[in-house]
Design a protein around this ligand. Structure first.
Ligand SMILES: [Fe+2]
Ligand SMILES: [Fe+2]
Length: 364
């Protein structure tokens, strides 16, 4: 008779049949693992994935938790305290992210989650997709609170050339990925790994940061506190998404060393270089940084700084000589745990008092 083994996850204990547990662990893989009809999480082969899932769950929030009264007042004010540029930045943020959140969520569900085989990975990817829903819903909440025209926001995504180019860039790694592809061959594994890399490290990890920086600069000037708060919650979630796709990419490479050729590594670096160029173009064309007291050069450096961090996270060489983060205040603004009262109000209802997790990524 097989001996039972005890597995502990945090404070929970499970008794498993050791032979079956062994078989299950050996059958698990990021791709091409054993497919089972049941959603068996145990035993965990990827404890980081479950840990991340719990972390994400502990940070749950809903848009309605955030009061918008002050934002509405400021949006309507005519006393000059809020400029047309400030309003433009908010419109741009709502417009860009309304579409971008949907594009990411869709790719997570229909490309990445569809192809990974281990249950704990599917679990955390499901949570990721749901968080994109929450972000999309928070933008709708902003649209309704401020009385914005959603079609105008949509049009931004189609009419602004630099946004269109950012979109075409991410679309280039999704083509053909929705079909059943044979992931036993190296080129298709590399294609899948690139999809993960572009979505996690280039798009969510780098290209989101131009607008994040702009909206948070407004927040820093006490403009649109509700929107700023929602963007901070969103950013904390994004840090987890970047981490999830980073770990997934690294584990895929570890399990499939044939992916990691010199050519593949260089192609990934070039994809990041393109992402950085597109983001710099977007900042130059669309973001009136000087109106907020920031310099375009610093903003460009900031994007480079972040891109280098993302590359290092997946063991790729940085694109440029490292310079210090030109916006340390932005990192501070994202470090939510420093604020004692931040979670007062309804948000705390989702939390078990001790389970509140904070962003570990101090490199933003
Ligand atoms: Fe998001
Ligand atoms: Fe995300």
């Amino acid at each position: 008779m097989a001996a039972d083994i005890e597995i502990r996850i945090g404070e929970r204990r499970f008794m498993l049949d050791s032979a079956k547990a062994d078989e299950a662990i050996h059958g698990k893989a990021v791709i091409n693992g054993r497919q089972t009809p049941h959603f068996n999480i145990l035993p965990l082969k990827y404890p980081w994935a479950y840990e991340l899932y719990r972390n994400m769950k502990a940070n749950h929030w809903e848009p309605e938790d955030i009061p918008m009264g002050r934002d509405i007042e400021q949006w309507r004010s005519a006393d000059g305290s809020i400029t047309d540029i400030d309003r433009w930045i908010i419109r741009m943020g709502v417009g860009y992210f309304s579409a971008a959140e949907g594009i990411v969520g869709d790719n997570i569900l229909h490309v990445i989650r569809e192809k990974v085989t281990a249950s704990e990975l599917k679990l955390v990817l499901g949570r990721h997709a749901h968080e994109e829903n929450i972000h999309a819903d928070s933008l709708l909440y902003m649209v309704s609170s401020l009385g914005l025209n959603p079609h105008e926001c949509e049009a931004m995504f189609e009419d602004i050339a630099t946004i269109r180019r950012k979109n075409e860039f991410v679309e280039s790694v999704t083509q053909g990925m929705r079909r059943d592809i044979d992931l036993s061959e190296t080129p298709s594994k590399q294609k899948f790994a690139k999809n993960m890399f572009v979505f996690g490290q280039c798009m969510e990890g780098t290209q989101f940061y131009g607008l994040f920086g702009m909206v948070l600069s407004l927040y820093r000037q006490n403009k649109f506190p509700g929107i700023g708060q929602m963007f901070r919650y969103t950013l904390r979630d994004e840090s987890n998404h970047i981490e999830l796709l980073r770990q997934l990419f690294n584990t895929l490479v570890q399990e499939n060393p044939d992916v990691w050729t010199e050519q593949f590594r260089e192609e990934c670096r070039q994809l990041m270089a393109t992402a950085v160029e597109l983001e710099k173009e977007f900042i130059s064309d669309c973001l009136p940084v000087s109106a907020l007291g920031l310099s375009k050069e610093d903003f460009h450096l900031y994007i480079e700084y972040i891109a280098n961090r993302r590359l290092e996270g997946v063991n790729l060489a940085p694109l440029s000589v490292d310079a210090p983060n030109p916006f340390p205040w932005l990192a501070e603004m994202m470090d939510i745990k420093k604020e004692q009262n931040f979670f007062e109000g309804r948000v705390t209802e989702y939390q078990k008092a001790s389970s509140l997790r904070s962003v570990e990524d101090d490199e933003l």
